[in-house]
Design a protein around this ligand. Sequence first.
Ligand SMILES: *Cc1c(COP(=O)(O)O)cnc(C)c1O
Length: 225
Amino acid sequence: MITDNLWEIRQAIQDSCAFAHRNPEEVTLIAVTKTVDSAAAKVLVEAGITDLAENRVDKLLEKQYNLKDEPQIKWHLIGNLQRRKVKSIINQIDYFHALDSLSLAAEIDKRAEKVISCFVEVNVSGEASKHGITPDELLPFIDQLSQYSAIKVVGLMTMAPYEANEQEIRDIFNRLKILQEDVRQRTLAHAPCTELSMGMSNDFPIAIEEGSTFIRIGTALFKDA
Ligand SMILES: *Cc1c(COP(=O)(O)O)cnc(C)c1O
């Protein structure tokens, strides 16, 4: 049952926070609904989940339409976004988690009718298959984003390789935390960078221990849906 899974995840979040001496209210659970239909998403919303994520533009718009009676939902776009699709989605979401190029930033800036809260995606692991800028590129990239008045860098996002061991995952998340602090300490108006989007079903306890503030959970919620 989805609600049982949710209960277990909430318990695990509490445990990780207690272990890391963190306040559980600092960690937002984002339900990644890309593998399930709107009815399953609605079950979660009725159980108190306020943040939903999709990785495809068309799927997000479809869920949003089906859940239009739930205006409290915060919508997160977590996947790679093609420039030609920016116009149709960017004013419909609350957070975009995969900003990784200036050309995409320029297109978002052009189409935005409000300030868009973005996470810069960083490819910390260096895996060729992953999106995101390299750690070395991060500070210059953040500086260049200041020219786009509609872009607000709320934080950084990364994904650990699926096959990495616990220590490797921890190192990756810890490196993202250090990069986030580097940016935050610059106190840039366009890049407060207070948040960290890291941790999925198989690694969210480690992510919480390393400072994550947004965890993105799909499989663990919907494994038997
Ligand atoms: C699918 C997806 C998730 C959720 O992954 P699970 O392992 O199913 O929890 C998180 N982040 C991104 C970017 C995804 O595409």
